[in-house]
Structures are given as structure tokens and as C-alpha cells.
Design a protein around this ligand. Structure first.
Ligand SMILES: Nc1ncnc2c1ncn2[C@@H]1O[C@H](COP(=O)(O)OP(=O)(O)OP(=O)(O)O)[C@@H](O)[C@H]1O
Length: 591
């Protein structure tokens, strides 16, 4: 905004010039009429004044174009700057922030609210300046001609403005509600499109349409209410200004006939009065524009002022690399009020392979997210190479961790670009090597476009397992000191998961590797297995040690073995008849 101040000043000066020139025209008209009535007493001929009017009007047109383009350009420049700032801000915000926001709502701020702010800074500013200049100058000039007539002409104006203000206040509330409703509609459409498969699989199309219809009706109602109010404003203003003109014609006409006023003054007076009509008529619209723009700016400021809870350390530790030693000291954490992790203490040596297992919801993902500091961590709870994680710069910390989340996200680009995302500018061979390690290469070779195949939005063109392996390849390409695999192979079968993880053994080298998995077979070879139960460490040790303890791990291992055996038996055993088929489908095993 500050950078545009000069442009705004230039635009405002041109606008004042435009209005100044516009105000000269009725005066020239007055002189032309007087020259017609009394050629001897006139300074110039009426034809001269006619020519002057054309000249001033042409000049005014030129200055008007400059003023409009300057102001509207400034508004566009500011809109561009806010959009950039907004985008950068969204990239700086953290997971706790996004957990509380809806994507559609944030998107509508980019589209709708930014447009409102641009309208305020462009047309809004332009019309506010116009209105102020025209009102002050035209009324002063009208007063110069006749104070009484001016009072008669402008008396209805404050009443009109007062009435319009009341209407625009109501319009502001409807407009704010409409903006919120539009945000909800956008959110819902975005969610339904992203969840197209789920919506269809659960036959929820009609319900989705019904919910959308209800929201859309609310949006329609708010817009209709605004249209009604807007429809009221224009005729009210036009009627009031027409009434003013009528009064002036009547009183002014009488004065001209009585000789108390020249015909030229009467013509000029009417010219100035006509100039007041448009700013008065659009007064309500400008007020609405200003209020809508202010409401939108407030919504944008909510995002621009939002603070990430995970911030760069004020005094980062002077380290350039991390070696992969991780220590947790009584780590406790909760997303809201409820605690998820309770006093977790662990010591992980560089190069160690650590399996993290536990029942659903025991806090496995939360634990690894905290190690990547994706959520805020209290001081003195997580240490990397002996340094408190809160003192390590985020770029060093995140740059040292290859994080594969549970739901690996793919961008709607090519397979290569998705893998390359792990390391900008990586060469072809490195990308292929990462894909080979993640056992994705053979699949990609079969794609029609190979590594140049577009994966579609969020990778819809790939199978669940291929998406997950692409996400692993991306992390491997990054060549991190710490590799975190948060159950990244849930979409492949147990044997393939084991094979892929074993295939990575050569890659692990001196890297510290944390593997979260629901399948205990996937972590069997780990140096240490941590078993979480209700957010606390229930057991830890090697596979054999944990089995020998006959605790939670051993119980989970037995459960999984039985399940796998039954699944294997079911796969081998084709149903002989309808009853058997039904029993298999119902999960009643035929023994
Ligand atoms: N972003 C979040 N906001 C609020 N609560 C969350 C969030 N993420 C997870 N939780 C809650 O925290 C608890 C632990 O979740 P977490 O994902 O860490 O468990 P998990 O052991 O990885 O589960 P799973 O085996 O299903 O992957 C759960 O009760 C979950 O509902």
C-alpha cells in the first residue's frame, strides 16, 4: 500500500483536475448564454464559448482517462501484493492453524474478498474523491449564484444520505452473511469434488445435492435481500433528486422571469445541480462498496495476522547438519484439551532403525509428527544431537528429515516431478534410483508416458500402493539423515510391505529410520521396537525380546499371525456354493 501512495496521489490530483474541468463547463455555458442575450457586453462571442466548451470537455476526457487508469492500476497492484502476501502467509502457517480452517473458506478469501478489496481501493476511492470534490465545489458555485436556491436544492440531500445509510447498513449485514455463505458453498463443493469416490461409493449424491441446495438457498436469500435494498436505493435517490430539480426549475424560473437572476446563472445552476445527481445516486453503492471492502479486508487480515505456533527459533543453535541422534525426555502432547502422548522417553542412536507400533489411536503418528516439529513441542522434551528441537532452525530440522506421511500427497504433475519434489534439480538417474528403491520403477515403466505420465489431481491415476511408493521415493531422493515412514505402505499387502522395507535396508546405511506400521511383520527386523499404549511407552526392545516378555507386543503379534493365517486360508479356499460364499463375505470362516 505504501509503495502505491505516489500513484494514488497522482490519480487523486488528476481526479481533482477532471472535476475542476467538469465544473468549468456550466460556467462557460452561462457565459455563452449571456453572450447570446447581450453580445455587446460579453468578453467573447457565444461561438467562442461553444468552442471552449468542446476544448475543455476533450481535455477533461483525457485527464479522466489518466485518473481512472492510475487509480485502478494502483488498486490492481495492491490486490496483487495482498494476494502474494496471503499465499506466502498460508505457506508459513502450520498444521495447528489448518486443522481449524476449511480449505474452501480460505480459497474464497483469495477470490471473493480480494475482489471486494480491489473494488474498494479502485472504484471506491475514485468515487469517494469524486463525490467530495463535486459536492464541495458544485455547492460553493451554486451558492455563489443563489444561496436561497442552493439551500432549496440541497435540503433533501442530507435526508437522502441518512436514508441510504440506514439501507446500506442492512446491506452490509446481508453482504457479510452472503460472503460467509459463499465461503461455505465453495468449501462444500471443494470437499465433494475431492471426495468424489466416497460420495459415489456411499450413494450420498442426493444428500450432497440437498445440503448444497440448502446452503445455496441461504446464499440466494442474502443476495435477494441485498438486491431488494439496492432496488430501493436507486429509485429513492432518483425521485429525491428529481424533486430537487423540480423545485429549482419552479423557483429559479420565477426568479429569471422576475429579473432577479440571469438566464445564464439559471443554466449554470441547473448544470451544477445535474452534476450532484450522479454522486448522490451512487452514494449508497459507494457506501456498500466501502463496507463490503472493509468486511473483506477484516477477513483477509484474520489470515494475514494469524501466527504460526511452530516458529523459527529466535536464537538458533549454530549447527549446520544433524547426525540423527534423537532423544525424547518425558514428551507429553495433546491436540486440544485431551492428552495424546504421556511422558514418552526414548533414546535413539544415529543409524538405528526404530519400529513404532501400537493399537489404533495410541499416538504413533503424533509422535513422529512432533519429531519433525509439525506441531508445537514444549522446551526440554525433544533433542536432536543433544540440542533442544526448539533451538534448531526449521530449515535444518525439516531438511534433515525425510518424512513420508500416512497419506502421501501427490501433486497433479508428472511422476518425475512428484519424485523430484524431494530434491529440486535432481538428475534423471537419481529419480529413477529412488523409484527403484521404492519398488515403483517397474510400475512406471508400464505407464504409457513412463516418468512423464501425469498423475491427475492428488494422484488419482495411480493405485493406492503406487501413490504411497511415489511418496517414499520422494523422501528417499531427499537423502535425509533421518527417515520417518509413518505407515506409508498400508495400501500394499503385508508381503510387499516387508519386501519393500527389506529392499530399503541397503539405503538406510547410517541414517536413523523411524518406521510406524500397523503390521508388526514390517518392523520385525528393527533394532528397537517401541510399543505405544494410550500415548505412553508400554514396552520396547527387539522383536525376540518383546515376544519373550509375553506382553502387549506378543499379544498383538499372535493376533496378527492368526489373522494372516485365516486370510491366507480364505484366499486359497474358493467357496463351493452360495452359502459358503455368503459366509466368506460375512467374515465367517469355513474351517
Ligand atoms: N490433528 C488432530 N487434531 C486433533 N486430534 C487429533 C489430530 N490427529 C490425531 N488426533 C487424535 O490423537 C490421537 C492419536 O492419533 P494418532 O494419529 O497419533 O494415532 P495413531 O496411533 O497414529 O493412530 P493410527 O494407528 O490410526 O494411525 C487420536 O485419538 C486422534 O483422534
Amino acid at each position: 500500500m505504501r509503495g502505491c501512495r505516489r500513484t494514488y496521489i497522482l490519480g487523486a490530483l488528476c481526479l481533482v483536475g477532471t472535476n475542476g474541468l467538469a465544473l468549468v463547463i456550466p460556467w462557460l455555458l452561462k457565459l455563452a448564454v449571456e453572450a447570446l442575450r447581450n453580445p455587446a457586453g460579453a468578453l467573447h462571442s457565444s461561438a467562442w464559448y461553444g468552442g471552449a466548451i468542446v476544448g475543455v470537455a476533450a481535455l477533461q476526457g483525457g485527464v479522466r482517462i489518466i485518473s481512472r487508469t492510475t487509480l485502478l492500476h494502483a488498486a490492481r497492484t495492491i490486490e496483487y501484493a495482498i494476494r502474494e502476501e496471503l499465499y506466502a502467509k498460508l505457506l508459513s502457517l502450520d498444521l495447528p492453524y489448518f486443522s481449524g480452517e476449511r480449505t474452501g473458506d480460505l480459497m474464497s478469501r483469495f477470490a471473493n474478498d480480494l475482489t471486494n478489496v480491489r473494488m474498494l481501493l479502485g472504484f471506491g476511492v475514485l468515487n469517494v474523491i469524486n463525490t467530495i470534490v463535486i459536492y464541495l465545489a458544485a455547492i460553493a458555485l451554486m451558492g455563489r449564484i443563489s444561496v436561497v436556491l442552493t439551500l432549496c436544492a440541497v435540503t433533501p440531500l442530507p435526508l437522502m444520505i441518512y436514508g441510504v445509510k440506514g439501507l446500506t447498513r442492512r446491506m452490509y449485514h446481508h453482504s457479510k452473511r452472503a460472503q460467509e455463505e459463499l465461503a461455505r458453498l465453495t468449501s462444500q463443493a471443494e470437499e465433494t469434488i475431492s471426495a468424489a469416490v466416497v460420495v459415489r461409493a456411499y450413494r450420498r449424491e442426493a444428500a450432497a445435492v440437498e445440503t448444497f441446495r440448502r446452503e445455496a438457498l441461504g446464499y440466494l436469500a442474502s443476495n435477494m435481500a441485498m438486491a431488494r435494498l439496492r432496488g430501493l436505493i436507486l429509485p429513492l435517490m432518483a425521485a429525491a433528486s428529481a424533486f430537487g430539480t423540480l423545485v429549482v426549475l419552479f423557483l429559479g424560473g420565477q426568479r429569471v422571469i422576475a429579473g432577479a437572476m440571469t438566464l445564464g446563472d439559471f443554466v449554470a445552476f441547473n448544470g451544477y445541480l445535474a452534476m450532484l445527481v450522479w454522486p448522490t445516486v451512487v452514494f449508497g453503492w459507494i457506501l456498500n462498496l466501502v463496507q463490503r471492502g472493509a468486511a473483506s479486508m477484516a477477513r483477509l487480515n484474520e489470515v494475514l495476522d494469524a501466527r504460526a505456533r511452530v516458529e523459527e527459533p529466535a536464537d538458533p543453535a549454530p549447527v549446520a547438519t544433524l547426525g540423527g541422534r534423537i532423544e525424547l525426555r518425558g514428551l507429553s502432547f495433546g491436540y486440544g484439551g485431551t492428552g495424546v502422548l504421556r511422558g514418552v522417553s526414548l533414546a535413539i542412536k544415529p543409524g538405528q532403525r526404530v519400529g513404532i507400533v501400537g493399537r489404533i489411536g495410541s499416538g504413533k503418528s503424533t509422535l513422529v509428527r512432533l519429531i519433525a516439529r509439525l506441531y508445537p513441542v514444549q522446551d526440554g522434551q525433544i533433542f536432536m544431537d543433544g540440542i533442544d528441537i526448539n533451538r534448531i532452525s526449521l530449515s535444518l530440522l525439516r531438511g534433515s528429515i525425510g518424512f513420508v506421511p500416512q497419506e502421501g500427497f501427490l501433486f497433479s504433475r508428472t511422476v518425475r516431478e512428484n519424485i523430484e519434489y524431494g530434491k529440486e534439480g535432481a538428475d534423471e538417474e537419481a529419480v529413477r534410483e529412488a523409484a527403484r528403491l521404492a519398488r515403483l520403477d517397474a510400475d512406471v515403466q508400464r505407464f504409457p508416458g513412463g516418468y512423464d505420465t501425469l498423475v491427475g489431481e492428488r494422484g488419482v491415476m495411480l493405485s493406492g500402493g503406487q501413490k504411497q511408493r511415489a511418496a517414499i521415493a520422494r523422501a528417499l531422493l531427499k537423502n535425509p539423515a533421518i527417515l520417518v515412514l509413518d505407515d506409508p505402505l498400508s495400501a500394499v499387502d503385508a508381503r510387499t510391505e516387508e519386501e519393500i522395507l527389506q529392499g530399503l535396508a541397503g539405503y538406510y546405511g547410517r541414517r536413523t529410520v523411524l518406521i510406524v506400521s500397523h503390521r508388526l511383520s514390517a518392523v520385525r527386523e528393527c533394532d528397537v521396537i517401541v510399543v505405544l499404549e494410550d500415548g505412553a511407552v508400554a514396552e520396547q526392545g527387539r522383536h525376540d525380546e518383546l515376544l519373550a516378555r509375553e506382553g502387549l507386543y506378543a499379544a498383538m503379534w499372535r493376533e496378527q499371525q492368526i489373522r494372516e493365517e485365516i486370510a491366507g486360508f480364505r484366499d486359497r479356499r474358493a467357496p463351493k456354493n452360495v452359502l459358503e460364499k455368503e459366509a466368506l463375505q460375512n467374515g465367517d470362516y469355513i474351517l
